[in-house]
Design a binder for this molecule. Structure first.
Ligand code: ADP
Ligand code: ZN
Ligand code: ZN
Length: 751
């Protein structure tokens, strides 16, 4: 039994009961188990990991108190605000505390990925002449080793000695035992701040003079930083208006004052320029930047994390999960392209990186800087309702013109003899024109593959995935029909598998087919395709981007990844092959996404000295998002879209919670969803909660991997207040074992 005077701490176990428990600190660990320390504690006859937190547990029974087994590191692995953030995340996103803690503390940190160590040998005590004599007589190999090391200026790796001098490990060990040699362990230097983004993107940064708008935004942000209180700024700046420059100046200001900064980008691999600019600025100051991305090895991850926890690095740039960086004195969180759906995590905890950034800034009384050329409607709305400060950058730097946008009504394009028109005459003309002028173009189509589906005109058979409710996409490169949802593949049959018709053929077009079509239009042009099919080969992806930048390519065909933050000065033409794709998605944000995509894509044109042009191909030229995007009329779009959302109680007016039910048997899933919905309705009414329930209905993607899906939508004003009651009711609801249900708060994926 621990002494009563023993120091007592509260530990939040990772797994097990979701509440802090009290433990005693054994004398040998005193000083190592402050708040945020990662410890091992005995729990239910097992040893579990836990985080030390402050004064939260109740019912301390000193007679039953157990000792903390061990502390994994000498210093805390998370900051106090992260402990509070964890509790909020679990509650707001209806996630288990276990999944939240596992998300916050990366697996390699939990697994202590000790750095690889090398065993070195060096001289120990100086041998007496008698000892040397004895060695020469009885163990000549040992004598040889001692003499060899006497001539070395520094310790030598044990393994190297054994192999070079052809020794046995025993020879080394007996000398160590005698004290004539000493073994030293050396941590193999690991590139803590390694990132494999290459240096070609580390652009030289000449000091620029801020534009008036940039300067005004910066002054405003600096005032918030000086006030040292929680404030959120929304930098709404057209593409190329110099938002990144404003982020970097604010960041430098914080770092110079000794604070820390988190810089979130939607995807590190797609923002090499931003990362490069950041690194070169900070390396001038001797500051290290942790680049937190998905290609880090476990060791790099652990080292980067601990470097931040120890305060050796004060700046991190990374995707979503970098929001949990254990930085002390966090003063600024930047969220670039804050409207990006990529900030939302698809697995539990289903958190939104931007929203967590705002919340964490509040906990730290820090400044949160959201930036975008196309802010999310939620953020624009928050400018009015939650007093976010709005900083507009309405002009491109150097007053470069925004590109001219041409709409092509595809209904009017004549059908050509080869089937539907994929590239309009206008677009083809402009592509040729750019090729002749040696300017670059980008064609953008958010659909991979060659043709969208295989269809039989005689019996209307369509090739579908046997496991999902989607059609199969034809990929010409490997002659396969593929399911883009589950990955299922099959070889296409030359004839219709149902009626044997020979007219069975692919219709619709994806990036592969566009690439082929454009190559026919411009046989001499150097064309490359960039989509997730090429993205999977990381080096190819980087090579294509750098070849494009250095002018070795004339044209890129790609999916929407191209619309993100890339800056190619020589691109003067951007073609949007099918602007309607996002409009057809069954999602209340369809118009918003279409609008954002068009504005973002257009922003890729004319980033250099020459004016840019955009050709938008659409079957719906009169639809509001396309019309507003064409004129870059943000106010107009916002106004119209907010009216619609208000009418149907959609976000940002209410929070949406999606409750998805999945199971093998569709009738059973529907039945349980229905039962649950009735129970919930009664319960909420009893509690007097105002929640609108819609559904259950089958999800737009009704079947995925042989699993049937139904969903319910809850429209809720105050999530933190009401959701816990829904979660509590769910715990008591007798759900069938075959059914999995998932609550997704503020979902971005509704299919
Ligand atoms: P955004 O993030 O809004 O797209 P960036 O900050 O990336 O814009 O700026 C676009 C380009 O203009 C970059 O190449 C950047 O170096 C340059 N730039 C930014 N601010 C200025 C300025 N005040 N004067 C000259 N060039 C600038
Ligand atoms: Zn057929
Ligand atoms: Zn499938």
């Amino acid at each position: 039994m621990p002494e009563l005077s023993a120091h007592i701490v509260d530990v939040l176990p990772i797994g097990g009961p979701e509440k802090p428990l009290a433990y005693a600190v054994p004398p040998k660990l005193k000083g190592y188990v402050g708040p945020g320390a990662l410890v091992r504690v005995p729990l239910l006859n097992r040893s579990r990991l836990g985080l030390v937190c402050e004064g939260l547990s109740e019912d301390i029974d000193p007679l039953r108190l157990k000792f903390v087994h061990d502390a994994l590191y000498e210093e805390p692995v998370v900051t106090p605000d992260l402990l509070r953030l964890a509790q909020w995340l679990a509650r707001y996103y209806a996630a288990s505390l276990e999944s939240v803690l596992e998300t916050i503390v990366p697996a390699p940190v939990r697994a202590i990925m000790a750095p690889k160590t090398t065993r070195l040998l060096t001289l120990g005590k100086v041998p007496t002449p008698e000892e040397m004599d004895a060695l020469d007589r009885r163990a000549p190999r040992q004598a040889e080793l001692v003499r060899f090391l006497q001539q070395q200026p520094a310790p030598v790796a044990r393994a190297l000695l054994i192999s070079r001098l052809k020794l046995t490990p025993g020879t080394c060990d007996s000398l160590v035992k005698k004290g004539l040699l000493r073994e030293v362990l050396q941590d193999e230097a690991r590139e803590v701040y390694a990132d494999d983004l290459g240096d070609e993107e580390a652009l030289p940064t000449q000091e620029v003079t801020l534009t008036e708008e940039q300067a005004a935004a910066l002054v405003d942000v600096e005032a918030s930083l000086e006030a040292s209180e929680f404030r959120t700024h929304l930098i709404h700046g057209v593409t190329g208006s110099g938002k990144t420059e404003v982020y970097l100046r604010a960041l430098e200001r914080v770092v110079d004052a000794g604070g820390s900064v988190i810089f979130l980008v939607p995807e590190v691999a797609l923002t090499p320029q931003t990362v490069g600019r950041l690194r070169s600025r900070l390396s001038k100051r001797g500051e290290k930047v942790v680049v937190w991305h998905s290609h880090l090895s476990a060791g790099e991850r652990a080292d980067g994390w601990m470097a931040m926890a120890r305060g050796e690095a004060r700046v991190v740039v990374g995707a979503r999960s970098a929001i949990f960086a254990p930085l002390k004195n966090l003063r600024l969180i930047i969220v670039d392209e804050e409207h990006e759906p990529a900030y939302k995590q698809a697995e539990s905890p289903r958190y939104h990186g931007r929203d967590v950034a705002v919340y964490r800034s509040m906990l730290c009384e820090a400044v949160c800087l959201l930036g975008s050329a196309t802010p999310a409607l939620e953020s624009l709305y928050n400018v009015e309702t939650k007093s976010y400060r709005l900083n507009r950058l309405s002009k491109r730097v150097d007053d470069r013109q925004l590109p001219t946008v041409h709409l092509v009504d595809m209904k009017r394009e004549k059908l050509n003899p080869h089937g539907a028109v994929t590239i309009s005459n206008l677009l083809a003309d402009k592509l040729l024109d750019r090729f002749e002028k040696q300017e670059q173009s980008i064609l953008f189509l958010n659909r991979r593959g060659y043709s969208t589906r295989m269809i039989c005109p005689d019996c209307s058979h369509v090739a579908e995935c046997p496991h999902c409710s989607v059609t199969l996409t034809y990929h010409r490169s490997d002659n396969r029909l593929k399911c883009h949802v589950c990955g299922y593949q099959e070889r296409p049959t030359p004839r219709c598998p149902k009626c044997g018709s020979s007219k069975y053929k692919g219709v619709g077009f994806g990036t592969q087919r566009i690439e082929e079509t454009v190559q026919k239009i411009m046989p001499r042009a150097r064309i490359m395709r960039l989509d997730t099919d090429t993205m999977s080969k990381k080096h190819l992806f980087r090579k294509i981007l750098s070849d494009f930048r250095t002018g070795k390519l004339d044209l890129l065909v790609g999916t929407q990844m191209l619309a993100k933050g890339l800056d190619f000065p020589n691109v003067t033409l951007v073609g949007m092959v099918d602007a309607d794709i996002a409009l057809h998605v069954p999602d209340f944000r369809a118009a918003e996404r279409t609008f954002q995509l068009l504005v973002q894509v257009a922003g890729r044109a004319g980033r250099g000295d020459k004016a840019g042009e955009v050709v938008v191909q659409t079957f719906m030229p009169h639809s509001p998002p396309i019309q507003f995007a064409r004129r870059a009329d943000f106010e107009g779009f916002l106004h119209e879209e907010l009216e619609q959302r208000r009418e149907f109680h959609y976000p940002p007016f209410r929070h949406l919670v999606r409750h998805l039910f999945r199971g093998r048997n569709p009738e059973k899933v529907a039945f349980f969803a229905e039962q649950w919905s009735r129970r919930l309705e009664e319960h909420l009414e009893k509690l007097g909660h105002n929640v609108e329930i819609r559904g259950p209905v089958s999800a737009p993607m009704e079947k995925i991997k042989d699993t049937y899906r139904f969903h319910l939508w809850y429209f809720i004003g105050n999530v933190s207040k009401i959701l816990p009651d829904i979660v509590a009711l769910r715990k008591d609801f007798p759900m069938d074992d075959d059914i999995v249900d998932v609550l997704d708060v503020d979902p971005v994926d509704l299919v």
